[in-house]
Ligand binder design. Structure first.
Ligand code: FMN
Length: 193
């Protein structure tokens, strides 16, 4: 599939098959992150790949899923992510790298998608509890968690008006629908009005 089609088809995945991801693929995803754009090429990010079941369970207990439809949107037993990539910022290099984080995580997401692997970015997590599990050095801050696995759901997007609700929802069959603002309402040419 070409890159544009991948981008259009990507949706956050929160239900996963219990099939492990091969370590060389996880290496590949982090390599994609490593080569992302970085402000002043400072490269302040490092990545902790978590595949061990006990550690995955501990992370799972400390992350929040799909806030608008909680708890309906949570992965059920047997649908949990099979790997996590924790994105860590070395604050000695820079105190803030939100744009670097976005670029590197999108690289991971798209590299995973190409391999048929789904991903959910998780910014809502119990920082204290996760720091306690891994005991990160003081100058590293956990910025984002990517949950990964082969998808066991097929969410869709739908175009909505700018003023409509952006809250995603599940229909009666359990399919997740994700509203996205219409192109013609968010694109501006030459003049912004
Ligand atoms: C910075 C960031 C943090 C996010 N944090 C969470 C989260 O904590 N839990 C969750 O289930 N989804 C999280 N998401 C996923 C968003 O809910 C999702 O991207 C949004 O609903 C749009 O759906 P889509 O990714 O399928 O286009 C996060 C996304 C971003 C960009």
């Amino acid at each position: 599939m070409d890159v544009y089609k991948q981008i259009i088809s990507r949706r956050s995945i929160r239900k996963f098959k219990q099939e492990e991801i091969k370590p060389d693929l996880l290496d590949k995803f982090v390599n994609a992150a490593r080569l992302a754009p970085s402000a002043s090429n400072r490269q302040p990010l490092e990545y902790l790949v978590v595949t061990k079941k006990e550690l995955r369970e501990q992370i799972f207990a400390n992350v929040a899923w799909a806030g608008y439809i909680e708890p309906e949107g949570n992965p059920k037993a047997g649908e949990e992510p099979v790997a996590y990539i924790l994105v860590l910022l070395n604050k000695k290099i820079t105190p803030n790298a939100d744009r670097d984080i976005g670029a590197s995580c999108q690289n991971i997401t798209l590299a995973a998608l190409e391999e048929g692997i789904g991903c959910c970015w998780i910014g809502s997590f119990n920082r204290g509890a996760i720091n306690k599990i891994f005991d990160f050095p003081e100058n590293y801050s956990l910025e984002l968690i990517l949950a990964l696995g082969y998808p066991a759901e097929n969410p869709r997007y739908l175009d909505v008006d700018k003023d409509s609700s952006i809250k995603y929802y599940k229909d009666s069959s359990g399919t997740l629908h994700v509203p996205k603002r219409k192109l013609e309402q968010i694109i501006h040419y030459n003049i912004f009005k």
